[in-house]
Design a protein around this ligand. Structure first.
Ligand SMILES: Cc1cc2nc3c(=O)[nH]c(=O)nc-3n(C[C@H](O)[C@H](O)[C@H](O)COP(=O)(O)OP(=O)(O)OC[C@H]3O[C@@H](n4cnc5c(N)ncnc54)[C@H](O)[C@@H]3O)c2cc1C
Length: 647
């Protein structure tokens, strides 16, 4: 296995005296290049030598142009992000910090995301994260520096401050551009990144997105003899089933008549721990990231590119030639050429960019969740380990500790002072637990029903965080409960349920499940009910437009006789001839998404895609050609153990 090493983060700091950069930034078109003599130092926040306690967030990269650092401290300031820099020369510079006031979109009182910029340990007078609803360059004023300095992002609150870049300009009259296209050009020049992507190699199958669907597709294809690239925009594999999101994978595997479909899913997941309670949001060990990576690493045919996001697709005629991926740590871009592609991004990023037929509705979606859990401070070892964003948050056993854990009022959060929510008094929500604490932060803490789950994801995630902080504030400071508990863990990566769905030769509907429609190309068994979420009316009345609790469909009309074998024709695009898909972006109707989207099921889709891709390469055919001419061969491969490798 080839593991792409990341060139030094320090590469992401650029300095230049180039004359034309101000023009590139789009703000000084009145000047001729020869008249401009700015000198700049540009620091992409992701390029800091140490991120300290800040988290790298790439979720909104398509909107912001670059990942940013997030002070996700659950109310406790995180450790400084620190980097050493060399200025073009000593002297006076004007400083700009690209940031925003994350609660300003709601005109909420207060500025929770405050942070400082320290130069050699000394803060600038300006406090950042305090202005503007949108990403912008916050003017930090003039500062005089020596040639070498240490720069730090110093979080003041632990309440989700964010910084995307820092710019030092010798010309104090210079104003950097805000629009993403100009800014991207400006950034690339200053960071000395090449205009064209580097060659990232040629593959039989390029899998983009490494949730369970993508991981299983890559392993299955590699074991069937293909040269595979696996691209994932996070440092870990698993998507919603990773330790970053912590959704427990459901769905029955290894069903007749293809009892080996599911072998790889079970190989990369830990067995279900013995507990009667929910496993969503439980300790990181239940979502063993290292296990998934190890199984992938054991495959010599897979090149893994973690921390890489696919940002563009190159197409000729009706097929994809390459995807362009960008490192979330260095900004370096690579072109990955492929015979076949598998879109396992959840959001159908590759298919959308390639013009694949798809469905997407905004304003009527299942929402996104950031699972969260309180922490019992009596467990001293866990508290010491956790630095307030516990890697092993507890879900089941809550004991009162002996140390007071004050929590500040959060006037900028959703005001839940006098409103119901699951976990408060007698409110349970749907299928809630008798233990009120166990009703906090579960799957039903969901928002974004009326938003665009792709373009608005930062805002949707932020609304989830405002709901969490508002609820904890109400419990601690209004109801005066849980004096010795504190917030223990919360996902900052949003777990999504629904966005784009790519269309294949069959579009599977919920009625197919209800009627038991039989197809000649059964590919993966479904067993989850027809599970569709909407905002829960009991908790919606007083938070219109900010609904944050959902309920799921249940009972008559939402069940079917399982396992139900869904057809292979849902796993490839009907108009992009070399594109497979696996995961929640396959060819199903809106209600057909309900039963297929659980992750052992999406993993099995990946297993079948890997086998079908092998037939495509061997028989020089398309995904559709496999259905038309090689279905028996696919069924024969599906009957083989997932661990088996072709010679
Ligand atoms: C709170 C919650 C509770 C749920 N409950 C359950 C449950 O109990 N059991 C269950 O099985 N399912 C559950 N689901 C559903 C399930 O988690 C989703 O349907 C799941 O995301 C589907 O897997 P996937 O592989 O399609 O996508 P994901 O798991 O989202 O994986 C896709 C991966 O691709 C990456 N990616 C996206 N774009 C790019 C790009 N351009 N370049 C590179 N990488 C990219 C993403 O970062 C992500 O890691 C729940 C979902 C949520 C949110």
């Amino acid at each position: 296995m080839f593991y792409q090493t990341i060139t030094s983060r320090r590469q992401f700091i650029g300095r230049t005296g180039s004359a034309a950069l101000a023009l590139l930034a789009g703000m000084r078109s009145d000047l001729r290049a020869a008249e401009v003599s700015e000198e700049f130092l540009f620091i992409g926040a992701e390029g800091f030598d140490s991120h300290g306690g800040w988290d790298l967030d790439q979720q909104s990269m398509d909107q912001t142009g670059s990942p940013y650092l997030l002070a996700h401290g659950l109310g406790v300031p995180v450790a400084d992000a620190v980097t050493k820099v060399t200025f073009p020369s000593a002297g006076t510079y004007r400083v700009w910090v690209r940031t925003r006031d994350w609660v300003a979109p709601w005109s909420a009182p207060g500025t929770p995301g405050k942070f400082q910029l320290l130069i050699d340990g000394k803060p600038l007078e300006e406090t950042f994260g305090t202005k503007g609803a949108d990403w912008h360059w916050h003017d930090g004023g003039a500062v005089t520096v020596s040639e070498k300095a240490t720069i730090a992002l110093h979080d003041l609150t632990g309440f989700e401050g964010r910084c995307e870049a820092i710019l030092f300009c010798k010309d104090t009259g210079f104003t950097p551009a805000n629009d993403v296209a100009s800014l991207t050009k400006f950034r690339r020049k200053l960071l000395h990144l090449p205009d064209q992507p580097d060659d990232g190699g040629s593959y039989d199958l390029v899998v983009v997105g490494a949730g369970l669907a993508g991981v299983c597709a890559a392993i299955s294809a590699a074991r069937n003899g293909l040269k595979v690239a696996l691209v994932q925009d996070r440092p870990v594999l698993g998507g919603n089933a990773s330790s970053e999101v912590r959704v427990w994978p459901e769905g029955h595997t290894n069903q007749q008549p293809f009892p080996h479909i599911g072998d790889i899913v079970n190989e990369i997941l830990v067995p279900r721990p013995k507990t009667s309670g929910t496993l969503n949001g439980t300790g990181a060990e239940n979502f063993d990231d290292a296990l998934k990576l190890q199984v992938v690493k054991n495959e010599p045919n897979i090149t893994v590119l973690t921390n890489h996001r696919s940002i563009a697709t190159e197409r000729s005629d009706d097929s994809i030639r390459a995807v362009i991926v960008q490192s979330t740590l260095t900004g370096r871009r690579q072109r990955l050429r492929g015979k076949f592609f598998a879109d396992c991004t959840g959001d159908a990023v590759v298919g959308y960019q390639a013009g694949a037929d798809h469905e997407f509705s905004v304003g009527n979606n299942m929402g996104s969740t950031n699972l969260w859990r309180p922490l019992d401070v009596a467990k001293e070892e866990e508290v010491l380990k956790c630095e307030c964003k516990d890697k092993d948050a507890l879900a089941a056993a809550f004991k009162e500790g002996g140390t007071a854990q004050p929590f500040p009022r959060c006037p900028w959060a959703i005001d839940l002072t006098d409103k119901p929510f699951p976990g408060r008094k007698n409110s349970k929500g749907q299928w809630g637990s008798a233990d009120p604490l166990a009703n906090l932060g579960g799957w039903f803490w969901e928002s974004g029903f009326d938003k665009n789950p792709i373009d608005d994801i930062e805002r949707i995630r932020d609304l989830n965080l405002r709901a969490m902080y508002g609820a904890w504030d109400a419990l601690k400071n209004v109801d005066k409960l849980y004096p010795n508990h504190r917030l223990g863990w919360a996902a900052f990566i949003a777990g999504k349920r629904e966005s784009r769905r790519l269309l294949g030769d069959v579009i599977l509907t919920a009625d197919d499940f209800r009627k038991g429609t039989k197809f000649e190309d059964p590919a993966f068994p479904c067993s989850w009910h027809i599970d569709i979420h909407v905002a829960h009316e009991s908790f919606s009345k007083e938070v219109k437009g900010e609904e944050f609790i959902s309920k799921a469909t249940e009972g008559t009309g939402f069940s079917y006789k399982g396992p139900y074998w869904a057809p292979y024709r849902t796993l490839y695009s009907r108009n992009v001839t070399n594109l497979f898909m696996a995961g929640r972006d396959i060819s199903v109707s809106k209600d057909g998404l309900g039963p297929v989207r659980v992750m052992r099921t999406t993993g099995m889709m990946g297993e079948v895609v890997g086998k079908a891709a092998a037939i495509c390469v061997k028989r020089n055919t398309s995904p559709r050609g496999v259905y038309q001419n090689h279905l028996d061969e696919l069924k024969s491969l599906m009957s083989k153990p997932g661990g088996e490798r072709v010679a």
